[in-house]
Design a protein around this ligand. Structure first.
Ligand code: HEM
Length: 695
């Protein structure tokens, strides 16, 4: 019997919706291009009968869905990427032959992926963790990847220990938790037996490990690399990325709450900034030094647990990295991008850092598995943007095999058909370093000082920052069940700083006397504090890129709100209106103002500063709204600047802080006070408050 063709939603016998291709809307097809007539129903013997095996459309759709997931990265699984460019300031031909540095003003396309290390792909952004900062530069001489972190040193010195480090940091194997946290026995057990990790631990327990956003953190290549000139002369180099918006982190109590309120806080921040045209920017800084400096430096430049203080080798800023485009598709770009320390270009070379050399193997190896075969370099996000010619072929998913008859060399075919050929002039040449020695499985004695730079980092922090490090250690170690591990960590801290060890000992309630761990090299106390290592000593002095949460209710003063909006925009900051309902409020002049957030869904931890603009009647209603009171209490406790109108005063009463208002709480009584409020916001936080409001 001939059946009626279903052409409109009305014709659907089961009540399901059919959306039909008309006009220029493309027709849905299978992967093979066969047009589809019905994407709502499988092929059955009668509407209630069994599904038939010849339903190729159903089978293809399910087959493809079944294979959508690929393995997540073994580390740095959670990440977020964006496109941009690197712009070179001036020719660096005298220090490197790297093509992107030869011409002033030249732009090189870039792709950057930020990440956390330990958490799985779906973990929350504000985990206490190192952040990955991986940059792919699509140069005219091939792709150059600077695969770095937001911390300039690392936990371990030799690649041999990387699998152990990662096993210990990730969820414990028997129970599968905790996720994205180092606050557990396995991590601290391992660390307590690896004194080389102590410098990194100081950084990881500092506020560097809970950044306000990717836009507010530094990046570091970590290892010592080489720059090589066209004449074959080499110098060592360390890479730094310096954020234009300055450094900023959140407090631990905020981090914990942000993870609940918006687990995508960092990725949303980057996405919103780029989409609104406020393009994040970093300057590339170089620390350049020669063999002579390397020899006289207190530590081994091949040891990734050490840094070179900026006071000893100043940073030369040579260009800027701008992120100006979000990805079109998260999977195709951010998930499939494959960074590798191995990807370098003429003019750049490796040093003998044993951690770096292990990485050079590991990335390519893992990506063969993660991306399903040896052809992942041909995925558009990974492919070079310069011409490339080689004789590699076939393998899974070979998309672009070389054309022509000749796939070997040398060959006797003349001209273009015989190519590609090698180029002694233009091709990559490794720096001709002189190497000698016995083949040994041995750590250099020059790597043996495990505590001196940990101490230097600690004494470079302000008392507030030192307090945060102590608090973080107490928090993490309080989650460790085995008391012997806690005590072992304290024994290492005793080699770093007595007051730190004392604070952690009392924070953990340890009663027995702990002796300092035996140190293979005694801690140096002559290393001077380095200002560059502190966030607080390098305040951003700008409110650009920050966000103000403004609480409004019916009856809000429209003139004041408009003024606040104008001044915030003038600073390059953004505003979000937080109201009892997302539908918005009616202002004092009778106009409707839509809100961005409902108050319970947007706690103040999501903002850098807050303003409270309720009407009197609105404030009375907010007094009964627990989320509103918590909003205020947290903003105060997290040392944020608070702008407020007199009608908000009862809310401070209700929150129990009316008597504590300080210089960071600014009444918005006039246009001048709005300017004063936003001027103060340039300091980002009113830290003076912290000692009275500890969480
Ligand atoms: C021997 C030490 C190390 C080994 C064996 C290692 C190995 C790996 C592996 C296997 C991945 C996953 C790559 C992928 O699936 O695409 C990865 C990712 C990453 N690693 Fe390492 N890693 C080491 C040390 C470091 C250090 C010292 C840094 C920082 C300087 C670092 C930064 C990164 C970053 C940023 C990513 C994420 C790249 C992305 O966004 O796709 N790693 N690492």
């Amino acid at each position: 019997m001939k059946r009626k063709t279903k052409l409109s939603p009305k014709a659907a016998s089961g009540g399901e919706l059919h959306q039909i291709a008309t006009g220029k809307v493309p027709i849905l097809t299978t992967q093979q291009g066969t047009p589809i007539s019905d994407d709502q129903n499988s092929l059955k013997v009668g509407p209630r009968g069994p599904v038939t095996l010849d339903d190729f459309h159903l089978r293809e759709k399910l087959f493809h869905f079944d294979h959508e997931r690929i393995p997540e990265r073994v580390v740095h699984a959670r990440g977020f990427g964006a496109h941009g460019f690197f712009e070179n300031y001036e020719s660096l031909a005298s220090i490197t032959a790297a093509d992107l540095f030869q011409r002033a003003g030249e732009r090189t396309p870039a792709f950057v992926r930020f990440s956390t290390v330990a958490g799985n792909k779906g973990s929350a952004d504000l985990a206490r963790d190192v952040r990955g900062f991986a940059v792919k530069l699509y140069t005219q001489q091939g792709n150059w990847d600077i695969v770095g972190n937001n911390i300039p040193v690392f936990f371990i010195q030799d690649a041999m220990k990387f699998p152990d480090l990662v096993h210990a940091a990730k969820q414990e194997p028997d129970r599968g938790f905790p996720q994205a946290q180092t606050a557990h026995d396995n991590f601290w057990d391992f660390i307590s037996l690896m004194p080389e990790s102590m410098h990194m631990i100081m950084w990881a327990m500092s506020d560097r490990a809970i950044p306000r956003g990717f836009r507010f953190m530094e990046g570091f290549g970590v290892h010592t690399y080489r720059f090589v000139t066209a004449e074959g002369k080499s110098r060592f180099v360390k890479f730094h990325w310096k954020p234009k918006l300055g450094l900023q982190s959140v407090l631990w109590n905020e981090a914990v709450k942000i993870n609940g309120a918006d687990p995508d806080f960092h990725r949303r921040d980057l996405w919103n900034a780029i989409q609104s045209g406020s393009f994040p920017e970093w300057e590339l800084g170089l620390q350049l030094f020669d063999e002579k400096f390397a020899e006289r430096f207190e530590f081994d430049v091949l040891d990734a647990t050490k840094l070179i203080p900026e006071e000893q080798i100043p940073i030369r800023r040579v260009g800027r990295l701008v992120l100006d485009r979000c990805v079109d598709n998260f999977f195709a770009e951010t998930e499939q991008v494959a960074f590798c320390t191995n990807n370098i270009i003429p003019g750049v070379d490796f040093s003998n850092d044993p951690l770096l050399q292990g990485r050079n193997f590991s990335y390519l190896d893992t990506q063969v598995k993660r991306l399903g075969g040896p052809n992942f370099a041909k995925i558009p996000i990974n492919a070079p943007k310069c011409p490339f010619h080689h004789l590699q072929q076939d393998g899974h998913m070979a998309m672009v095999n070389p054309v022509g008859r000749v796939n070997y060399e040398p060959n006797s075919v003349a001209g273009i058909e015989g190519g590609p050929r090698e180029s002694p002039d233009k091709g990559f040449r490794s720096f001709e370093a002189e190497e000698s020695g016995h083949k040994v499985r041995e750590r250099s004695a020059s790597f043996a000082d495990h505590y001196s730079q940990a101490r230097q980092f600690f004494i470079s922090q302000t008392p507030m920052e030192q307090g945060h490090i102590a608090d973080a250690l107490v928090f993490e170690l309080s989650k460790v069940e085995n008391p012997a591990i806690r005590s072992r960590i304290v024994s290492h801290l005793l080699n770093i700083d007595d007051t730190l060890a004392g604070r952690v000992t009392s924070g953990l309630g340890i009663r027995e006397k702990i002796k300092a761990a035996p140190a293979s090299v005694p801690t140096r106390t002559d290393l001077k504090p380095s200002k560059a290592l502190s966030i607080a000593l390098n305040p951003p002095k700008t409110f650009e890129g920050r966000k103000v949460g403004v609480v409004i209710t019916d009856g809000v003063n429209r003139g004041l709100l408009d003024n606040l909006k104008k001044e915030i925009a003038a600073l390059g900051a953004t505003i979000e209106l937080v109201a009892p309902a997302v539908g918005g409020v009616v202002s004092d002049d009778g106009t409707h103002i839509p809100a961005n957030q409902k108050i319970g869904g947007a706690p103040s931890v999501l903002y850098d500063a807050v303003a409270l603009l309720p009407s009197e009647a609105g404030a009375t209603l907010l007094m009964k709204n627990g989320a509103a009171i918590e909003f205020i209490l947290d903003a105060f406790g997290h040392c944020k600047f608070i702008g407020w109108v007199s009608a908000a005063a009862p809310l401070f009463e209700k929150a129990g802080i009316a008597g504590d208002l300080d210089g960071g709480c600014i009444e918005l009584a006039s246009p001048k006070s709005v300017v004063q409020f936003l001027d103060s916001c340039r300091n980002v936080r009113f830290w003076e408050r912290e000692q009275n409001t500890k969480f």
